[in-house]
Design a binder for this molecule. Structure first.
Ligand SMILES: O=P(O)(O)OC[C@H]1O[C@H](OP(=O)(O)OP(=O)(O)O)[C@H](O)[C@@H]1O
Ligand SMILES: O=c1cc[nH]c(=O)[nH]1
Ligand SMILES: [Mg+2]
Length: 214
């Protein structure tokens, strides 16, 4: 789980690894690719929410009253980085339907490889844990920008967890240099970036493969 990088956790669960391999296959259909990402997000979400605080709520079972353990779903915010993060958010929202959902719209400029922001809509920061999701951590600039946006909105680094499907070492380094206290959870730490800043071996352009665009 823990990796050689500080604050980077690699999910080595066989189901996650198997489904990721299916996604990497370039012959995978758009429909299959989306379905697999949603399923992996659900599995990663199960691990990432392991230490959520529990409170109790008094309920009546058919036999007697009891103080039953519950999570306060609305204390959680799921924030996808658009577009590709949306499908991961679907998986997480299925796990915690009461969670709030924010959106940060970014696209990577093809020339500069730097993120361009086009939308920010976020729930209140107060007392919430924010799970930021994006399938690809490549150069890391999009993820750094998204955490900067959260910070400006009043969310502290200690309130944020970042979940990426596939990460490049370059991106992990850049992200941790900017936000060392934000843990990164990923399913794979790949080899490197190519000359177009794509992750190798990676899975190609996540947004295009998810939504059938080019
Ligand atoms: O780490 P970085 O080098 O910044 O790259 C990663 C970003 O690139 C992809 O999005 P893209 O810009 O293709 O937008 P899209 O989701 O709309 O396709 C991906 O989903 C990340 O947001
Ligand atoms: O490999 C990469 C890098 C950035 N964005 C993607 O979708 N894939
Ligand atoms: Mg894209």
């Amino acid at each position: 789980m823990r990796s050689d990088f500080p604050n980077l956790f690699v999910f080595d669960h066989p189901l996650i690894q198997h489904k990721l391999s299916c996604m990497r296959d370039k012959t995978r259909s758009t429909m299959g690719f989306r379905q697999l990402l949603r399923e992996i997000a659900l599995l990663m979400g199960y691990e990432i929410t392991r230490d959520l605080p529990l409170t109790t709520q008094t309920i009546e079972t058919p036999l007697c009253p009891m103080d039953a353990p519950v999570i306060e779903g609305k204390k959680l915010a799921v924030v996808p980085i658009l577009r590709a993060g949306l499908v991961m958010a679907e998986g997480l929202m299925e796990l915690v339907p009461a969670a709030r959902e924010g959106h940060i719209g970014l696209y990577r400029d093809h020339e500069t490889k730097r993120p361009v922001e086009y939308l920010v809509k976020l729930p209140d920061a107060e007392g919430r844990l924010f799970i930021l999701v994006d399938p690809m951590l490549a150069t890391g600039h999009s993820a750094v920008h998204a955490v900067d946006v959260l910070n400006r909105h009043g969310v502290k680094d200690s309130q944020i967890r970042f979940m990426a499907l596939v990460s490049a070492p370059e991106g992990v380094r850049t992200f941790h240099a900017a936000h060392p206290d934000v843990p990164v959870y990923t399913a794979a730490l790949d080899s490197h970036l190519n000359e177009n800043a794509y992750i190798v071996p990676g899975l190609g352009d996540a947004g295009d493969r998810l939504f059938g665009t080019k």
